[in-house]
Design a protein around this ligand. Structure first.
Ligand code: XMP
Length: 524
């Protein structure tokens, strides 16, 4: 295991992904976690991430826990500090870090002064991505410089005897074209790690964990959303415990066009999972009436889902004579990272951006225990796992759909007028046009958004005062960052015409052309 200690860099999740792409399992926890959290994971290699802090800042900059350096040294663990991580190592080991004379941001050239460790040979030049103000000016005993920037500042250091390494730049970003080569060298040559982490192993391991967790007579319930995550999670649990898994599909009134019929028929004919369909649309929409705050909406929806699951569990108890003790959720790693509150004063993790209902909205007194078999995986990894489990391609390739459904795509009160109906029709036209144009698989996610804004138009010689809808399509690797998708003008023109001509109540179509960040993918 390669453990990443996160000190707040916007690139931390990228380090995790890059290492996994080398078939090495990597996990990331807060850099200020207690030593016991680190030792319990028994890492072979530890990477200290970058971060926005300075080791000199007055408000106690985050650092690894007491005893960390003794622990790594006495257990033969290799450590690589990246950017702030390098500065932390230097400072804690008795070297000196100063505010750089000239701060280095962006693409830079570095020259390798010593090969054999992180670099192959002295004399190499590389373009790398720097983003730092402070720099190491005096190295602790046993360290030497292995690369310098054009300005002569320290770009890489190592102390092979103590198995400690540092890079002042970010090898994980694509702007450092040879960064992956350096990470590969570090893991495979310097640390002697073998890249043998495979999805097949993840599957077998997860099945074993589920079997151990769920007793031989226990029953489990699983909510299927119609998306890839819950379908893969359910299939995995079904492999582990067979028909003691009971699935439920909730129509919360926030589904897309004909979604209930379409999804239920695929569950039954392709996935062979026994599913009970519950129509709870009135229940959800009544609770959402008049609610406009996105976070409140998310919390209400999360709570209603749990009420329905409890009710489902109760009915099963009457039928089986045994109350199901577990609930399966298709929570993914990005959901966990993005919903993680900044720890205390450390602020070393991503700030809470949205309460993803399958993480943030769960009540503390929930009776069901959670099984979250995908909690450590990114979306593309879930898709790989789905293929190994023979989950139909229709599910595996589906664009993600958020748990709170169209509630986060109708801005404001979802029960206002016929907003949901309008959105369903617009979304269907947009998605069908994307499929017809053969673009569906090149887009990470596409959808329409209903804006509770009315503008003046002219349709059929008549003045209209109708709603605006927005089209959003993005490309992304894992939903954590995203770029807006560039459609041909002709495509957009056709879609906008089709929408205004066939959806009553819409007279204006706009396109969202912001990436994430600064926006998020969903509008709420
Ligand atoms: P944002 O809007 O945060 O979305 O950039 C990132 C990805 O997560 C999906 N999303 C959710 N998925 N429950 C989910 O299961 C949620 O509450 C939720 N909110 C957003 C979103 O569709 C995108 O793919």
């Amino acid at each position: 295991l390669v453990l990443i200690l996160d000190f707040g860099s916007q690139y931390t999740h990228l380090i995790t992904r890059r290492i996994r792409s080398l078939s090495v399992l990597s996990l990331c926890i807060s850099g200020t976690s207690p030593l016991s959290s680190i030792t319990s994971l028994n890492p072979r290699v530890i990477i200290l991430s970058g971060g926005p802090h300075s080791v000199h800042s007055a408000d106690s900059p985050p650092t690894f826990p007491d005893g960390f350096l003794d622990y790594v040294q006495s257990n033969g663990i290799h450590v690589l500090g990246i950017c702030y991580g390098l500065q932390l190592l230097v400072q804690k080991l008795g070297g000196a870090v100063k505010v750089g004379i000239a701060q280095e941001y962006g693409r830079m050239e570095i020259s390798v002064e010593r090969g054999g460790g992180l670099f192959e040979a002295a004399g190499e030049k590389q373009t790398v991505w720097m983003s730092h103000g402070d720099e190491a000016v005096y190295l602790p005993d046993g360290f030497h410089v292995t690369a310098r920037s054009q300005q002569g500042s320290v770009a890489a250091i190592e102390s092979p005897e103590r198995r400690l390494y540092g890079l002042q730049y970010h090898p994980e970003v694509t702007h450092s074209p040879r960064g992956m080569e350096t990470l590969r060298r570090f893991l495979f040559i310097v640390c002697g790690v073998t890249g043998d982490w495979k999805m097949q192993d993840v599957m077998e391991e997860e099945i074993k964990v589920i079997k151990d967790m769920v007793g031989p007579d226990d029953h489990v319930i699983c909510a299927l959303s119609g998306g890839v995550d819950s379908a893969v999670a359910a299939t995995l649990v079904h492999r582990a415990i067979g028909d003691r898994l009971h699935c439920i599909f909730v129509d919360n009134g926030l589904l897309r066009y004909k979604e209930r019929e379409r999804v239920m028929s695929t569950f039954q004919s392709d996935l062979h999972l026994p599913v009970t369909c519950v129509d709870a649309s009135d229940q959800f929409l009544t609770k959402l009436k008049g609610v406009v705050d996105p976070e409140v909406k998310r919390k209400i929806i999360g709570k209603e889902f749990i009420n329905i699951f409890d009710d489902f569990a109760h009915k099963l108890e009457q039928k089986l004579g045994e109350r199901p003790g577990f609930l399966v959720q298709g929570t993914l790693y990005p959901d966990v990272i993005e919903s993680c509150p900044p720890p205390g004063s450390g602020k070393t993790h991503s700030h809470t951006i949205k309460s993803h209902h399958n993480v943030g909205g769960l009540p503390k007194d929930m009776k069901l225990k959670l099984i979250e078999p995908l909690k450590l995986l990114f979306k593309d990894e879930v898709r790989q796992l789905g293929r190994i489990l023979n989950v139909p391609e229709a599910f595996v390739k589906r664009h993600p759909f958020p748990g709170p459904g169209l509630a986060v795509r109708v801005l404001g009160d979802v029960t206002e007028g016929n907003a949901l109906d309008i959105l369903r029709q617009v979304d269907e036209i947009f998605i069908q046009s994307i499929k017809d144009a053969g673009l569906y698989d090149s887009i990470w996610q596409a959808f329409a958004v209903f804006l509770p804004v009315r503008t003046v138009g002219v349709q059929g010689d008549q003045r209209t005062h109708s709603y605006v809808v927005a089209l959003r399509a993005v490309t992304s690797e894992d939903g954590m960052t995203a770029d807006w998708y560039y459609f041909e003008h002709k495509f957009l023109d056709d879609v906008a015409r089709k929408i205004c001509n066939s959806v009553r109540g819409v007279n204006r179509v706009v396109q969202d052309i912001t990436s994430k960040p600064p926006s998020t993918i969903e509008w709420e």
